[in-house]
Design a protein around this ligand. Structure first.
Ligand code: NAD
Length: 367
């Protein structure tokens, strides 16, 4: 008997609705093949929600998310709403409250460069002959972005700014468990990134990660200072499997990873909260890129980031691993066949330029 999974679909703005519709072709194909029943509830978010209701995150949208097992998110924002006060803007007014409301403390960002797409990476091709596949696990709700006190005030006649970096041991433990579990499902290697030569936060971080590692003897644990990690990611991205790090370092390293992967249009992400009784995480899944207003409405956006976000949702929140695997390998097949949206098209022999829908249809067919 199949379980019914409830998901909230928040397509948002710009290319969001286009790539979301495309991802539904693939999700439905996977659901059909693996006899999964999905109950989808589409709701407004971001600029589209501001236009319709005056709020970037209406109550109805929050209620839908609360009643769901996971949120599949598109992207929000665009020039139309850029002049609103910061807290009313689509990103600040929708994304941050959703993260806070659902305690989404773990951000998983895969940085994958397929062997056939190494030319799209700014890293020299001879350094990445086989592409690479790194997973960055970033702590999302603690650290220097949220620590108190936080202020700019006048002290002895001049302005002084204070940000406070705080990590509780329990916060480090829970993100470490997610990272070790992810490494176990991959190549069993975890690199913890900190600045333990300077920061007390990092001393506790390293000590705690080492303690948790005893529960995962099969995972090989290593440590890097963040400055070195930033260099090694460019020099030999293929040497990493899973990276775990705090909020600030993760913010920077995951963007570096996105950059060296080639196209934002290929990269999904997951933000996970607490585990439910079935051992699965409530999560929000979204492309790493934004609403791409420069190409919105043209049918040319790459739907793969949204499609792979749906695969991550099946894996982490719905426990449908076989369907997630099938979507990921169908994406590889479409790329191997030479299909390319504009962002990854180079005109090389064997490549065919396709639009959003054609790419999604080919992936759905490969399932
Ligand atoms: P962006 O990620 O939207 O675009 C950067 C570049 O990447 C653009 O050239 C765009 O065309 C390209 N790109 C992104 N996704 C693509 C895809 N799927 N296929 C092909 N090309 C793709 O970043 P930006 O231009 O800095 O921001 C645009 C808007 O998006 C802003 O309003 C910003 O606030 C918002 N934004 C939203 C999110 C989110 O919703 N999570 C994240 C980042 C930015």
């Amino acid at each position: 008997m199949s379980t019914t999974h409830k998901i909230s679909i928040l397509a948002g703005d710009g290319i969001g609705p286009e790539v979301m519709d495309a991802s539904m072709l693939v999700l439905d194909a996977a659901a059909k093949k693996f006899s999964i029943t999905l109950e989808k509830d589409s709701q407004l978010v971001g600029g589209a929600a501001i236009d319709a209701t005056g709020s970037p995150l209406p109550e109805e949208t929050i209620a839908s998310c609360q009643a769901s097992d996971a949120i599949l998110f598109g992207s929000v924002g665009g020039p139309k709403w850029e002049n609103l006060p910061p807290e009313q803007q689509p990103e600040r007014g929708a994304l941050l409250p959703l993260r806070k409301k659902f305690n989404l403390f773990a951000n998983l960002r895969p940085g994958v460069c397929l062997p056939s797409l190494t030319h799209a990476s700014p890293v020299k091709n001879e350094l990445i002959p086989n592409g690479f596949d790194v997973l960055c696990v970033r702590e999302l709700t603690g650290g220097i972005y949220f620590g108190q006190p936080k202020s700019i005030s006048e002290v002895d006649g001049e302005l002084v700014a204070i940000d406070t970096m705080v990590y509780k041991k329990s916060e480090i433990e829970r993100i470490a468990h997610i990272a070790f579990t992810a490494a176990k499902a991959r190549d069993n290697r975890l690199c913890s990134v900190d600045k333990a030569n300077v920061l007390q936060n990092s001393v506790l971080w390293r000590q705690t990660v080492i303690e948790i590692s005893k529960e995962y003897p099969e995972v090989e644990l290593s440590h890097l200072y963040v400055d070195n990690a930033a260099m090694q990611l460019i020099k030999q991205p293929g040497s990493f499997d899973v990276i775990v790090t705090g909020n600030l370092f993760g913010d920077i390293l995951s963007d570096e990873m996105a950059m060296i992967s080639g196209s934002l249009g290929m990269l999904p992400s997951a933000s996970l909260g607490n585990k439910n009784d079935n051992g699965l995480y409530f999560g929000m899944y979204e492309p790493s890129g934004g609403s791409a207003p420069d190409i919105a409405g043209q049918g040319v956006a790459n739907p793969i980031a949204q499609i792979l976000s749906a695969a991550m949702m099946l894996r982490y929140s719905l426990g449908e691993t076989a369907a997630a695997d099938a979507i990921e390998s169908a994406v590889d097949k479409a790329i191997d066949k030479g299909l390319r949206t504009g962002d990854i098209f180079t005109g090389k022999e064997g490549e065919t330029k396709v639009g959003t829908v054609a790419m999604a249809e080919a992936i759905a067919e490969a399932i």
